[in-house]
Ligand binder design. Sequence first.
Ligand SMILES: [Fe+2]
Length: 343
Amino acid sequence: MIYSLHKQELKVGMYVIMPAKWKHHPFLRSKFLITSEKHLEAILESSIETVQVDSTKSQASQDFQSITHPQKTTKTDERKENSFRSPPEDWNPEKMMTKELREVIHNDSLSPQKKAIAVYKQSITILDNVFKNPTTAVINECKGAIAEVTDLILHDEETSQNLLRITSHDFYTYTHSVNVGILSIYLAKRLYHNTRDHNLHELGAGFFLHDLGKIRVAPEILNKPARLTETEMKHMRIHPFQSFKILEETNNLSKECRVICMQHHEREDGHGYPRRLKGNDIHDYARICSIADVFDALTAERSYKRSLSPFKALSIMKEEMLGFFHKEIFENFVLLFTQNQLH
Ligand SMILES: [Fe+2]
């Protein structure tokens, strides 16, 4: 049987069939058995993203049944399998969220502005903790906390507008994750309000944890105080798949959350990564996350670039990057700022 696998899923002992002729990849033949880690490294270093694997010619120890194939699942299938019309029975944010965050969110004496600042700080602490220690228990606790923040964004308009205003412009992975999480939930609220077809409490975790795979990127690349070289970018581009893998390994977030992780760098025109998906092959939830992700990157301060104002960032996204984003979702994103006077 022939399987289509991302290069990150390959293992020693698999018989691979390259998608291109030998002159377009670093191997002498286009079909061969992976016999060493060096083979694997060479494939990872190459520009090839997906290869086919022949299970009949692979070594018998390979467990193909356990390999997931997100690229084989259609968007319709994913939605059918994951319709979150109601929370799962064991969903209990009261049990899972941190005591501090609970106190802040339910403190009615705080002004919307003070509550937003406190919730933002708590969220950053929680994300910082997950990035340092992404165990099943910690991710579960984080999921409960995010569900509560999501609830706040859905039901407390004044506080959530304040949350959008105070998003920090420094660029630490966990600050960025909180910003993208808040922006994405706010956009999803706009797109899906009045429907019960989307469980935003569940999706919130996917939005907040979309970059979790960066913990598997070398720190010297992740924290480099300058633009990345093309080689460094190649390493950085493993993070969507690694986010997907961590959530799969810890097995406590939905398939849709994992799709957000996997596809948040895909672009409508097919110029994204890791799979160069185009148009409707990209899930709407990932489209939401990608818009929030680019916006936050543009408005963030980095050592090699100044932060842009929200207005300037939206202008650049509209004029220079429009082919990257789903038109209607992007228009709704812009309206979040123009209608709420957030620029
Ligand atoms: Fe990312």
